[in-house]
Design a protein. Structure first.
Lengths: 268, 485
């Protein structure tokens, strides 16, 4: 936040330079001021939303430079005035100090630095894309029996008389099997969660289980990492195959609980 | 007649009053507190607040039994109940290193209602007035105050439990009688791992803990035995011991002329390291719901011939494999047959299709190494040392284990190290005191180590050339323009 604060200041400085440049009729400083203003403004965006990616910044700035040069070069007279300060620094005898600083020291150093960043090898660890919501299979093997995932419904939802009891049973199952990772508050911030990658999903909020039918959740709980397709990176997942630890009935109960506790409804 | 009626009226009124009092004790006037408690606290603390709950045998430390009437985290003198602010702080911040999370979702009014409800479980305790101690402004940290704190750490006998380096490995911590008032064994805090400090890791938190102690535990109050400025000095010293974790996905392994000679070689300190948060192995039986090792620090170096990787972790009590406890130990896991485009093995013990190799060291054999191959958690077999060597030391609560191997073994299928290539690895740690062995350990996700290639020549050549060219161009332009003018 502290560092971000300099960008609005930069934009303001750019604006001030522009105003003075217009008064003193200097197209070059007008150009510099507007560019500084645009740069500061684009960077300030980060104060209210995620910062613009580097490539987008480069594109916007290149476009700005290009259109401003076109603008200042339409008239011969303006273009001459635009180039004048640069010519003066390079050639005039009374600009010797400025010339040494800018043209003979700063510019060569900057060129060297740019080259350095280009030729220094960078090593980035491999990034593998991961499908967050993989397609469920149409059928799964559950404890040796074949189950149809498509059209699978939670049988306990129909049992209205025992719903409260089943939810409480589900709560017990959740806190004996799931809360280490998915969290006491079902927010994905369990006390062991940070050890695993990908991090455990939260159930609270509207973008995980609220988007899924219960059949999908059953498949994920029952098969865990083993059931993930290759595109979803099964080798990284710490999600156990709960068919090893829980019965079919228990899995349905814990699914009842995670929807109930988060106030979410399964997608039909 | 009037007298009779008044008498009956008064009796009725008293009955009604008594009924109301009763209802109060059952949270009749705090339905919100009871509702939230039953929904979001009972799973660990029990519906009756006695800690008899779903998670009682699956959490370490165990969930607090409120009905016992002793409260650990207070700002009040020893023996007094905690203030409402103390209880609010625990609910809001949680207890780091335990299964008590920070409850941020509730409103202040809701937290207040929970506090009011929890107090009903220990009416006797809370019948006393809770008067917090004054926590003034902490003095500024300085080398001087830290040095004074370090001296006090010895003279006030903190070392006896917390150990020379503050890692919670002091001798006294392992005596039979080192238990809580609830009757459970407890271990002294490890100051170097702030993410595990139950009572908070800020300077005020440490000062408060030293001043009033932790209720029901061997950590007593130092209010009377140490003056205020001494307690602040001690707090600053303890704070100075805290490590900063360096998280990431990869660690660079630097090329050197010669490998460090031992675990205490100062050369290790200069190397880049990576901190791996550790969790329990939860995928296969026996599952480890209560791991106690929470961090592994990994770094490495290599020469033309050999690579050395060091793993470092805190352990409050070393186990060499005696007293019916398994030995402490470490395994580094690396993929076998790791070729371009091949499938990454499962992050814990690989799979039938994608096997892994394990570099193992156990405290029972300080200079022994063992290699194993695994094709899944249930298919692990030792294969001898295969050119791997290891050396481990335990000092002041810290294990440091170095594995050494040839960079290139020449054996088909051995884990591969090449300059510039990211080699996947994961770590498993075992704390014998916690009964950890086999598949019951603390595990990490996959990370990478990358033997860093020497800097290529072009980095030293091209930038100066470009600088000189720009300078030449500038001079040429200057001459031409000046003539023109």
């Amino acid at each position: 936040m502290m560092i971000l604060g300099i960008y609005p200041a930069l934009a303001s400085i750019g604006l001030v330079i522009t105003v003075f440049a217009v008064i003193w009729k200097s197209p070059f400083f007008n150009f510099v001021g507007i560019l500084l203003f645009i740069y500061g403004l684009l960077k300030s965006v980060a104060l209210i939303m995620p910062p613009l990616p580097g490539q987008v910044m480069v594109m916007y700035m290149a476009m700005s430079v290009f259109s401003l040069i076109v603008y200042f070069s339409i008239e011969d007279k303006t273009f001459k005035a635009f180039l004048e300060p640069m010519r003066a620094v390079i050639a005039d005898d009374d600009k010797k100090v400025l010339r040494v600083i800018l043209v003979f020291v700063a510019l060569p150093l900057f060129a060297g630095y740019l080259t350095y960043t280009k030729v220094t090898p960078t090593y980035e660890p491999p990034v593998s894309g991961r499908i967050i919501h993989p397609e469920p299979p149409s059928q799964i093997e559950f404890k040796g029996n074949t189950m149809n995932v498509i059209g699978l419904e939670n049988p306990l939802r129909k049992d209205a008389a025992n719903l409260a009891k089943n939810i409480e049973d589900g709560k017990k199952i959740y806190y004996r099997n799931c809360f280490y990772c998915h969290g006491d508050d079902l927010d994905g911030r369990g006390h062991l969660a940070q050890a695993y990658n990908p991090v455990p999903l939260p159930f609270r909020g509207t973008d995980t289980i609220a988007q899924l039918p219960e059949s999908f959740v059953f498949w994920r709980v029952a098969k865990g990492w083993r059931g993930l397709p290759a595109g979803a990176g099964p080798w990284n997942s710490a999600m156990p195959s709960f068919e090893d630890f829980l019965s079919e009935d228990e899995i349905w109960k814990v699914i009842l609980f995670i929807y109930e506790a988060t106030g979410n409804k399964p997608r039909a | 007649m009037i007298r009779y009626i008044s008498a009956i009226f008064i009796v009725l009124l008293m009955l009604l009053y008594g009924f109301c009092e009763d209802a109060k004790a059952n949270a009749g006037d705090n339905p919100q507190g009871k509702k939230i408690y039953d929904s979001w606290c009972s799973q660990c603390h029990g519906f009756k607040g006695d800690g008899d709950s779903y998670t009682k045998d699956l959490s370490l430390p165990r969930p607090r039994d409120f009905s016992f009437g002793v409260f650990k985290f207070r700002s009040t003198p020893s023996g007094d109940p905690p203030t409402d602010a103390d209880m609010t702080r625990v609910i809001r911040n949680g207890n780091p290193g335990t299964s008590m999370p920070p409850w941020v979702r509730f409103t202040d009014a809701e937290v207040k209602s929970i506090v009011t409800y929890v107090k009903l479980f220990a009416p006797d305790t809370f019948s006393m007035e809770a008067k917090p101690i004054a926590i003034g402004t902490p003095p500024k940290a300085s080398a001087d105050i830290i040095a004074r704190g370090k001296e006090l750490f010895k003279t006030a006998k903190c070392v006896e439990c917390h150990g020379n380096a503050g890692r919670g490995n002091g001798e006294k911590g392992w005596q039979e009688k080192f238990k809580t008032d609830w009757g459970y064994p407890i271990t002294p805090a490890n100051y170097t791992q702030p993410w595990d400090l139950r009572n908070g890791s800020g300077i005020e938190d440490i000062y408060r803990t030293i001043s009033v102690g932790i209720g029901g535990t061997p950590m007593t109050s130092y209010m009377d035995s140490l003056t205020d400025d001494k307690r602040w000095a001690l707090a600053h010293y303890i704070k100075s011991l805290q490590l900063t974790r360096k998280p990431g996905v990869a660690v660079r392994v630097k090329k050197v002329e010669a490998l460090p000679s031992s675990t205490d070689d100062p050369a290790w300190e200069k190397l880049e390291y990576l901190d791996l948060p550790m969790g329990g192995q939860l995928m296969f039986e026996p599952r480890n719901f209560t791991p106690v090792i929470t961090n592994a620090r990994v770094r490495g170096v290599y020469t033309d011939k050999e690579i050395a990787v060091m793993v470092e972790w805190s352990d409050k009590r070393p186990n060499k494999g005696g007293d019916n406890k398994p030995p402490d130990g470490v395994r580094i896991q690396l993929p076998s047959n790791d070729k371009e485009g091949s499938e990454r093995p499962y992050f814990y013990m690989g799979s039938r299709k994608a096997p892994v190799e394990l570099w193992q060291w156990q405290a029972s054999d300080e200079n022994g190494a063992m290699q194993l191959t695994a094709k899944g958690y249930d298919a692990v077999s030792p294969v001898g040392t295969r050119g791997l060597s290891a050396a481990g030391t335990y000092n002041d609560g810290l294990y440091r284990v170095i594995f050494k191997r040839a960079v290139s073994t020449g054996n088909e299928g051995d884990a591969l190290f090449q300059a510039g290539r990211f080699a996947p690895f994961s770590v498993t740690l075992f704390d014998g005191q916690n009964g950890e062995e086999g598949n019951k350990g603390a595990i990490s996700a996959w990370y990478f180590m990358m033997p860093e290639p020497p800097t290529p020549m072009r980095v030293y050549v091209f930038p100066p050339i470009l600088s000189l060219c720009t300078l030449a161009a500038g001079i040429a332009l200057h001459r031409r323009l000046r003539k023109k003018r």
